[in-house]
Design a protein around this ligand. Sequence first.
Ligand code: DX5
Ligand code: ZN
Length: 216
Amino acid sequence: MKPIIAPSILSANFGNLAAEMDMLNRSDADWIHLDIMDGVFVPNISFGFPVLKHVSRLTHKPLDVHLMIVQPEKFIPEVKALGAHVMNVHYETCTHLHRVVQQIRDAGMQPAVTINPATPVSLLKDIVGELYMVLVMGVNPGFGGQKFIEHTVDKVRELRELLNQTGSEALIEVDGGVNLETGARLVEAGADILVVGNAVFSATDPMKAIWALKNL
Ligand code: DX5
Ligand code: ZN
């Protein structure tokens, strides 16, 4: 099975987002990954809802919204208003994760939970049955273009086993440090969706880079 490719616009040219979105629309990208940061949960700030309101109107591709913010449940209506397909919250930011997952589903979106590099896969045992997707971070969240953490491949394998054991049909997404080389190993380990920022937007031909990832 070919992986779902979700380019992250974090590494796009923010001075010309309309052109970047046009390129993504014409590419083999399946989803568009949107990284929202608050400078609290992660040491960086990206963009917020006033910007994304306009970006979301520039594509018909499904939006995968990754919230790297504290108290993400406060923004369920705003994420919904973007027309998001998936709302991704971090395990580390939700004390009442089960409730937040239900709230996302009740709002009409697909719930996904993200785990940081230091968060074990085993902590998801009691929630995977409720999830559309699990996102395994391949770097510490906050910045594009970081070096891939090798242990992520083992975590994807372990998560695939957990999903098999529990009968969960959740998809596995990986975000951070994905390129042709790491992407191939992640798909082999069981990843369904690859988020790619730097490896697309720093490529001389971004459309070709997306095509190559799709056809690993
Ligand atoms: C990192 C973000 C990622 C980032 C990935 O905090 O969640 O989505 O854009 O970028 P690359 O592919 O450059 O590692
Ligand atoms: Zn992301």
